[in-house]
Design a protein around this ligand. Structure first.
Ligand code: SF4
Ligand code: SF4
Length: 359
């Protein structure tokens, strides 16, 4: 599952003040009980649940290498019985922690446990105009009603929740889809991009389903519709403007305005505690405990939402880091050269996140 942070109590500019901290997507359960057509986690052969002791070791390491945000992902993270303890431990290390679910295992008491553990936000996947399509594509009858009920429990428990909507052909009409989300009780949504090629890491959030097959023109239309609903504001669309405009460029064969920061600020940590640059590449940077030289490279192979959508935000952080280090070394010119139109776009995106209580 993809990742993103929503926390009404937090401020994205604390990253600016505290330096360019990393965001790590950590698979705490590498399989799933749903049979979604969009994903291959349910075909997992080597099933693994990360134990609390393993997670504690990983979190200690991540805190040491300047991690700010930890996204506890799956498969289905709620299949990990020690998830609340893992969240609590990560919060004790001052990490901002989010997790997500397909919604099936949520209950009122789990919502309360997640709140008490200090969870900053939880995403629930939802991605069809029609409830019947949604439940058929996920293989879980009655899931829409269950999600509507659990959203109420999360709200009562004080847990910040939002929808993750994978762009697919069962979203036949974006404005109508927004009404479906509002009816269910969502007030925020983050759109994810279709991963329809085999990801080369251990991450299995991809599928060759025809529901994910889009031409560049089709993707451009969908993204234009998303931009319109973002501007209308009926629901909060979390995707930064820079990320959506970059997606339009990417799907039309152009180079997005903001680079991919995977490997430098954004990492994928799998259930074996191996660290990958990103889910799409087989390139392993090392394992938990290793002395790794983190850095990004000029790559435009994909538009994996977890890495690309926040490109503008990480560009802002990266520029400020460059300036800070430059001033320290008397070489501020490299940072000053970046104070241009792109920097302004990045600043406005960060401000959009701050105003919505979303980062
Ligand atoms: S999309 Fe999410 S809920 Fe569905 S099979 Fe994959 S991990 Fe499970
Ligand atoms: S562009 Fe895609 S494949 Fe390349 S580093 Fe970024 S996330 Fe990985």
């Amino acid at each position: 599952m993809p990742s993103i942070l929503v926390n009404s109590a937090s401020d994205p500019f604390h990253f600016v003040r505290n330096g360019g901290k990393k965001m790590v997507n950590f698979t705490v359960t590498n399989f799933c009980e749903a049979t979604c057509v969009y994903c291959s986690f349910h075909k997992q052969e080597k099933k693994k649940i990360v134990s609390f002791d393993e997670a504690r070791m990983a979190i200690d390491y991540l805190a040491e290498v300047n991690t700010g945000v930890l996204s506890l992902t799956g498969g289905e993270p709620l299949l990990n019985p020690e998830l609340p303890e893992i969240i609590e431990y990560a919060r004790s290390k001052n990490l901002i922690v989010i997790t997500g679910t397909n919604g099936r295992l949520l209950t009122r008491s789990l919502a309360e446990r997640l709140h008490d553990a200090g969870l900053n936000a939880i995403w629930i996947s939802y991605e069809s105009n029609e409830r019947e399509d949604f439940e058929r594509n996920r293989g879980i009858p009655g899931l829409s009603q269950k999600i509507a009920q659990e959203l109420k429990h999360l709200k009562e428990a004080g847990v910040n929740a939002f929808a993750i909507a994978l762009i697919n052909k069962s979203i036949t009409d974006v404005p109508k889809f927004v009404e479906t989300l509002l009816d269910l009780g969502f007030d925020k949504v983050k759109f994810d991009y279709p991963m329809n090629f085999e990801l080369a890491s251990t991450y299995k959030g991809w599928s060759d389903s025809p529901l994910l097959a889009y031409s560049g023109m089709e993707m451009e239309e969908v993204i234009s519709d998303i931009l319109k609903v973002k501007a209308q504001g009926r629901i909060k669309v979390i995707n930064p403007l820079g990320g959506l405009l970059g997606a339009k460029d990417f799907y039309n064969g152009r180079v997005p305005e903001f680079p991919c920061f995977a490997g430098k600020y954004i990492l994928y940590l799998d259930a074996n505690l191996d660290i990958y640059r990103c889910p799409a590449l087989s390139e392993k940077l090392g394992s938990v405990g290793d002395d790794i030289e983190f850095g990004c490279r000029d790559c435009n192979l994909c538009y994996y939402q977890g890495a690309r959508d926040f490109g503008s935000f990480y560009y802002l952080l990266d520029t400020l880091e460059l300036l800070r280090r430059g001033i320290w070394k008397g070489e501020a010119i490299n940072g000053l050269r970046r104070l241009d139109r792109r920097f302004l776009r990045a600043f406005l995106d960060a401000d959009d996140l701050r105003k919505s209580g979303v980062q």
